[in-house]
Ligand binder design. Structure first.
Ligand SMILES: [Zn+2]
Length: 412
């Protein structure tokens, strides 16, 4: 019964993913035959043709990857391999929290292996074909190795702590677990830009000059009071450009990709900076944190309930009452359910983007620099200008350029 439901969930998600991809591909084909008027303002003919080809190539690879993911998930769930491996770990290491954490990490690492060839192909064939890949194989391999080190170095103590809570705190372990994980995330928000990001990228404060003066003046005017603006060497991996905001309070920081600085005029960069400050000033960081806290609280309550319910572990061949397998199953199967909620989360994210755009327009005094920055970014990144509304509604964390321009035109 439980396994039948899991099989149905795997099938339903895959069907939805492939259906959305097909809808989007047909919308892009239609757009390329007769480009909507809004396209001409953003891209010239040859660039638009390349954006269409890029989008279609990504959709094809995405479909193959999604089929592969579903096949791997079905194989590990229905083959009995997971409980077999669990029994082995338990034999080697009788201490429950220790062996549980090792088991979860080993399984997680093994299950990430099938995605490696897709990742490699995406970087060195797809991205390379459209001129975006700028890193070599060595860098790619080093990134993966560093990711593994982080997963073990950070993941092990966290998992070990979580699994050890049961013995110390009994039935309320999941409340403590939630507090532990959430507190850990707050600490990581501060440490990430200081310790982890510099391990992958070089961050340098924007050098003195007109651009710096102009950007800091804008930050001052909007009450953000930045001391530095960091430039990140994103160009060592990819020609894609971006900007982002990390941390909170005293630890807040705005990072601009070097590729972005090279592509935009100072006025347009000020608009991008104002947009990022808008996220901060409109309280998007605490809102997203509260949303994440709510979801995680629910997640922990669910894991605690599933761990108490003997039928759940048993249905997948695990001993009842063991917490590590329940965590693993939650991690593996949670995505099958969360998938259907992603449109809701993206809806919140897109609302935040509109708010940050409106803030930027007000901060720089006119819509033109914001619009120009958006158009240039779409052009340089070969964004899909004509996604199917169902596809963008489901997956897009940012509204399309046309939607953002329309919203900006409506702001007083
Ligand atoms: Zn944004």
């Amino acid at each position: 019964m439980v396994l039948t439901i899991v099989a149905l969930l795997i099938g339903a998600r895959l069907a939805a993913q492939l259906g959305l991809n097909a809808l989007n591909a047909s919308a892009v084909r239609r757009g390329s035959r007769e480009p909507p008027p809004a396209v001409a303002a953003v891209m010239d003919g040859p660039t638009y043709a390349r954006a269409v080809a890029y989008t279609r190539a990504k959709l094809r690879l995405g479909s193959i990857e999604e089929v592969g993911e579903a096949a791997v998930l079905a194989a590990v769930i229905f083959s009995g391999a997971l409980p077999g491996l669990y029994a082995l770990f338990h034999e080697w290491m009788p201490q429950a929290a220790w062996s549980g954490a090792c088991y979860l990490l080993a399984t997680g690492a093994l299950l990430s292996v099938p995605s490696l060839p897709f990742d490699w192909w995406s970087q060195f064939h797809l991205e390379a074909r459209f001129g975006f890949n700028q890193g070599g194989f060595r860098l790619w391999l080093m990134d993966k190795a560093k990711g593994l080190v982080l997963m073990l170095g950070i993941g092990f103590p966290v998992l070990w702590g979580l699994l050890g809570l049961v013995r110390r705190t009994g039935g309320t372990w999941w409340l403590w677990g939630f507090a532990l994980l959430f507190g850990f995330q707050l600490v990581m928000m501060v440490l990430y830009p200081k310790l982890i990001l510099p391990w992958f990228n070089k961050l340098t404060p924007l050098a003195d000059g007109d651009l710096r003066t102009q950007l800091l003046a804008l930050a001052d005017r909007t009450g953000f009071r930045a001391r530095t603006i960091q430039i990140m060497d994103g160009s060592k991996r990819s020609a894609h450009s971006n900007a982002f905001f990390t941390g909170f309070g005293r630890f807040r920081r705005i990072v601009l990709y070097d590729t972005l600085v090279a592509q935009l005029t100072p006025g347009e960069l000020a608009a991008v900076l104002a947009h990022e400050i808008g996220h901060y000033k409109r309280g998007h960081v605490p809102q997203m944190l509260a949303l994440a806290a709510g979801l995680q609280f629910g997640g922990f309550a669910l894991v605690a309930w599933l761990a108490r319910s003997a039928w759940f572990n048993a249905a997948f061949g695990f001993p009842a009452g063991d917490l590590a397998p329940t965590f693993l199953l939650f991690g593996l199967l949670g995505g099958l359910v969360m998938f259907w909620f992603s449109p809701l989360l993206n809806l919140v994210s897109r609302r935040h983007e509109y708010e940050a755009d409106a803030f930027a327009r007000q901060a720089v005094g006119e819509a033109a620099p914001v619009v120009n920055a958006l158009r240039k970014l779409a052009q340089k990144n070969l964004s899909n200008l004509t996604p199917h509304p169902l596809y963008s509604g489901f997956y897009y964390s940012h509204p399309t350029v046309a939607e953002r321009e329309q919203a900006l035109a409506g702001v007083d």
